[in-house]
Design a protein around this ligand. Structure first.
Ligand code: BV8
Length: 243
């Protein structure tokens, strides 16, 4: 019985044309994180934050999943017939795993389709799964009159408890843990691959750069240098389809 966890970061969507954060030409090159991805930045100037996310949402309409996303969705489908477990844990907010057909996806940092009240969840429960993002003005909550915000986890904000717990549980049970396209710099997400490494899984890192620095001397860790679109289908063929 194989229990497989697929853990993804922005690099899995790079070949779909979605910008990463910390690569050359990445999102953080033209924006200060504290201005566009923190609650303080939103309180200081919500328009700047909305413009940042509106531009990213607009781009989503033009991008498609790539070979890596489709290979992951195909693995999920094949695994079901074999009685294997496949869990997708993503730091991404682009929903390209869903678009490729993945079903068992846990988003750690929210998603770029939903908006929620800025007083969620303490003082208001308004979450909208559809939003006319082209609106230039800052949308107002119909429930309480506060500003609406993208349903994204910003720096200094807690990750969705259930998704984080499910991700940690799947990592602790995994036989195979495949980390794809993440700089492993953002916590607590960056701890998840090490849960798998410490509980006996084979851990593979697919990335042009070796980022799981303090895992590299572990006998169960293997760095596969390269881009996701090429390396993911090849690794799945070698690990799961070679009969
Ligand atoms: C929190 C907004 C507490 C969404 C993001 C220790 C423990 C806990 C917290 C911390 C800690 N230490 C520090 C912290 C604070 C902070 C943090 O981690 N800071 C870092 C920078 C040091 N963490 C937090 O604030 C988190 N919150 O802990 O709250 C709390 C608890 C209770 C109550 C209240 C508070 C919140 C973290 C989430 C922040 N939100 N973004 C958005 O706008 O999208 S994080 C941001 O980075 C994105 O979400 C992204 O997913 C994430 C990780 O980046 P990557 O996906 O890895 O992307 P990156 O560009 O970095 O790397 C791309 C990689 O792909 C590269 O390695 C590249 O080589 C590779 N690549 C490129 N092309 C390809 C490729 N790979 C394969 N194929 C290719 N073709």
């Amino acid at each position: 019985m194989k229990r497989i966890v697929i853990f993804t970061g922005a690099g899995v969507s790079a070949e779909s044309g979605v910008k990463t954060f910390r690569d050359y030409g990445g999102l953080w090159e033209n924006h200060r994180v504290e201005d566009v991805a923190s609650i303080g930045g939103f309180r200081r100037d919500p328009q700047v934050v909305w413009d940042f996310y509106r531009a990213r949402h607009k781009q989503l309409a033009e991008v498609q999943p790539n070979a890596a996303h489709y290979a992951i969705a195909e693995l999920e489908a094949k695994a079901e017939a074999l009685g294997w477990e496949v869990t997708v844990v993503t730091q991404n907010v682009d929903r390209l795993h869903h678009k490729a057909g993945s079903k068992n996806v846990y988003e750690l940092h929210g998603n770029l389709l939903e908006v929620k009240c800025s007083r969620f969840p303490k003082d208001c429960h308004m979450v909208l799964d559809e939003w006319p993002w082209e609106h230039e003005t800052i949308p107002i909550c119909q429930c309480c009159g506060s500003a609406l915000r993208p349903n994204i986890v910003w720096f200094g904000e807690a990750l969705p408890e259930r998704n984080l717990a499910m991700a940690g549980g799947a990592a602790s049970r995994a036989t195979h843990f495949i980390s794809i396209g993440t700089s492993a710099e953002v916590y607590p997400a960056a701890e998840i691959p090490f849960i798998a490494l410490s509980t006996g899984a084979m851990v593979y890192e697919i990335n042009p750069k070796k980022c799981m620095a303090h895992g590299e001397y572990h006998p169960n860790y293997k760095w596969l240098e390269g881009r996701a679109g090429l390396m993911v289908p090849a690794l799945f063929k070698e690990l799961f389809y070679a009969d």
